[in-house]
Ligand binder design. Structure first.
Ligand code: ASP
Length: 361
């Protein structure tokens, strides 16, 4: 996997107010269709920059790195996330902020993954993209890119306003690991139903300071490993035993995100409970996440979740599936013991879930 430096022709300002590293991975923002009505494919970033002349007016020193070749974000892999974290680590001291241009389809997963890989992050890392390619008249790319750059360079008294991994899209700045793509046709592609927006961009950018993570006390720590042997099992009424069995017995599988009903409820069919119990006994980690857009998992509230709690399934509170998958990858990669894994999963690490009282499970 290669990232190349793109020589862009933005006149470097004499006294820049900030320095930003822009990392282009692909996605609709930079796509073209070679012939009219043909499918969209990513294209070179040097083309993108020509279409945003406003960027030249920014008092920002901009460096651009581009994934070569850029990709549709459906092709993003764990290795890309680790590489992005490494790029931020290497360039951390030199830049005030980082903007990652990324396809919208998997942006919430990537932002979640980066939030876990970058512990004690003290600078903005902002993902953005577009629903309409930058070369088209009605593109949303220009506004998203310009606003993301503005937020990434927003400092007050030497401190960044948003020292965390976030997604800026349309008008909203959302915490990365609280975001979900909810819309594929309109411009408001992302939603964060269980956590307030970090900022809203209208005529001014209004920051919601009280919900933004405070700058860390400890120095940045970058993790370089994720465990990809995880799966998601979304429950539905009438789910078939052989399907559940095939997933739970998949070779090498170490972790499962179980998408349950309501406040964390699952069927109590004897075959289902037995399969889950066997998997947990063999060392599989299961994280219970709700299918609901709002509310949280409360294992033990109903009999249909009490069993899960008793067999050692971990309750994921109000974590999103995107954050749950990447958190599981992150925690499992640390090769801790069963209790430590369960402890980390049940606790808030990067603002991805609402803190619970110590005696709640
Ligand atoms: N398929 C595109 C991607 O995720 C969609 C987008 O960027 O909006 O790369």
């Amino acid at each position: 996997m290669k990232f190349l430096k793109v020589n862009i022709n933005t006149a470097a300002p004499r006294d820049p107010e900030a320095s930003i590293l822009l990392i282009y991975t692909g996605g609709t923002i930079g796509m073209v269709s070679e012939k009219q009505d043909e499918h969209l494919v990513p294209f070179d970033f040097s083309e993108v920059i020509h279409r945003v002349p406003e960027m030249r007016q920014f008092k920002v020193m901009l460096t651009v790195l581009s994934l070569d070749p850029p990709i549709d974000s459906s092709n993003i892999e764990v290795e890309h996330w680790i590489k992005l974290a490494q790029i931020i680590q290497v360039n951390y001291q030199e830049y005030d902020g980082f903007v990652i241009l990324h396809g919208t389809d998997t942006m919430a997963y990537s932002a979640s993954a980066l939030s876990f890989l970058l512990e004690n992050l003290g600078k903005p890392v902002i993902f953005t993209g577009a629903q309409v390619p930058i070369g088209r008249m009605r593109t949303d790319a220009r506004r998203n890119l310009i606003t993301a750059l503005e937020i990434a360079s927003a400092y007050r008294m030497g401190k960044p306003l948003v020292p965390e991994v976030s997604i800026f899209f349309n008008t909203l700045l959302l915490r990365g690991n609280r975001s979900t793509k909810v819309e594929s046709r309109h411009f408001n592609a992302f939603h964060s139903g269980k956590y307030p927006q970090l900022a809203k961009a209208g005529i001014d950018i209004e920051y919601n300071h009280s919900v933004i993570l405070p700058p860390p006390v400890q120095p940045l720590q970058v993790y370089q490993q994720l465990e990809s042997q995880v799966a998601v099992l979304k429950l539905f009424p009438g789910i078939n035993k052989s399907v559940v069995e095939a997933i739970l017995k998949a070779k090498g599988l170490q972790g499962l995100v179980l998408e349950t009903f309501g406040s964390g409820n699952a069927p109590t069919y004897p075959w289902f409970l037995k399969l889950l119990e066997q998997a947990v006994d063999k060392g599989m980690t299961i994280l219970n996440v709700s299918q609901c857009e709002e509310g949280e998992v409360r294992q033990g509230q109903y009999e249909t979740s009490l069993y899960l709690k008793e067999m050692g399934v971990v309750g994921g509170s109000d974590i999103s599936t995107e954050a749950a998958v990447t958190k599981l990858m992150f925690v499992l990669a640390q090769k801790k013991n069963k209790e430590e894994i369960a402890h980390l999963l049940a606790h808030d690490l990067r603002g991805e879930m609402t803190l619970r009282m110590p005696n709640e499970k």
